[in-house]
Design a protein around this ligand. Sequence first.
Ligand code: FE2
Length: 408
Amino acid sequence: MIRHIVAFAFKPEVTAETKDAVLAELETFPNRYPQMRSFVVGPNISARDTRMSHVFTIEFDDEDDLKSYLNSTSHETFVRETWRPVIDQQTLVTLAASSPFRSETAQMALPEITRPRGPYGIQFARLATPELDAAVEFYTYHVGLQVEAHTSEYAQLRAGTEQYAIELVSDPSLTEFETLAIGLSVETEEILDDLEKRLRAEGAEILPLHPRTASVVTRGFATKDPNGLTLEFGFEFYEYAEPPMLEYRPVELVHPFLSTDHYDESNHFYQDVLGFQASDYVMTPGRGTSAFLRSENRYHHSLALRRDDKFYLAHLCFKMKSLDHVMRGRAKALYKGTEIASDIVNHSASHSIAFYLYDARFGPRIELCDGHRVFSEEQNETHKARRMGGDPRNIDVWRAASDDWERF
Ligand SMILES: [Fe+2]
């Protein structure tokens, strides 16, 4: 689509009647040139730049239509006899518009993608909690989630338009939360089928979805990762037309971070079988390498793995609407005396600023972040994972020195 924009100013001596006559003639243009679309003309109402008094914009299907209008005899006659005598100055801009905008590098043809496709992204986490009502209060007040279902047995809370980001299940026999499942979305049925085939070939169990998950997807299945963690894959998760009308809220759930005593098996499972791609490896002193893995939504990481002596869900990361929202979340935690497990950090690898909340009754550490890096389509196919040393500045660039491990 071509959008042609003409901003102009009449000469000071031009009378109001003449101006009206010229503007009225401009308005007849779409009748003369049927290839014109969305023609609008009117005064420039900008208070910041008043050099031009009026503007008109037109759309064409392509450049040939624009040229046939510009080069037509009637247009040239209009410009010569009506326009130039009364116009003091003008600016012409022509935009070859595509939506959404793609940079020139992105428009370069991507090499054909032959790698096995992974899941699109993280959809939800299902957590058991000994105090369901208090957990609902925690996620609404501190994280900004909206309650969509709340019975005596479970609650579902959402961040953006996705059906739910957190499902809480009541289990009064617990003293701390337990991780029940992680939900992942899959873009197409072909990828879903291929994931199932790859998992079967690996000898992984293929299980039915939890009934509540099955009720909000078109198709899907579950499996278990090498740590015994249930993963639920869904095609066409239901979504809402609009995000919650809440001022303080996350945009979406971005990643779980898994500490694991099956680190190598987990890397093999998530990368070689499920199709996650490594974005970076960062050494953690005393633990070894952590792996930051991305899925098809191209966030720097939709899953992270850290070598440890036992398995647990170390944290869940939510992307907030802005840094302002991260800081408001931090203020809420301070106000309520809720534990801040790690205060504000600048993650160099994923270009995000975050802090971590913690209450073991309700869930793992909750990372509230702003600005998580998203790879371009080309970077997604060509990026080579970096290996970073065990220096705190590789985890938080706001650390002053390489021996500063105290704050994390
Ligand atoms: Fe994180």
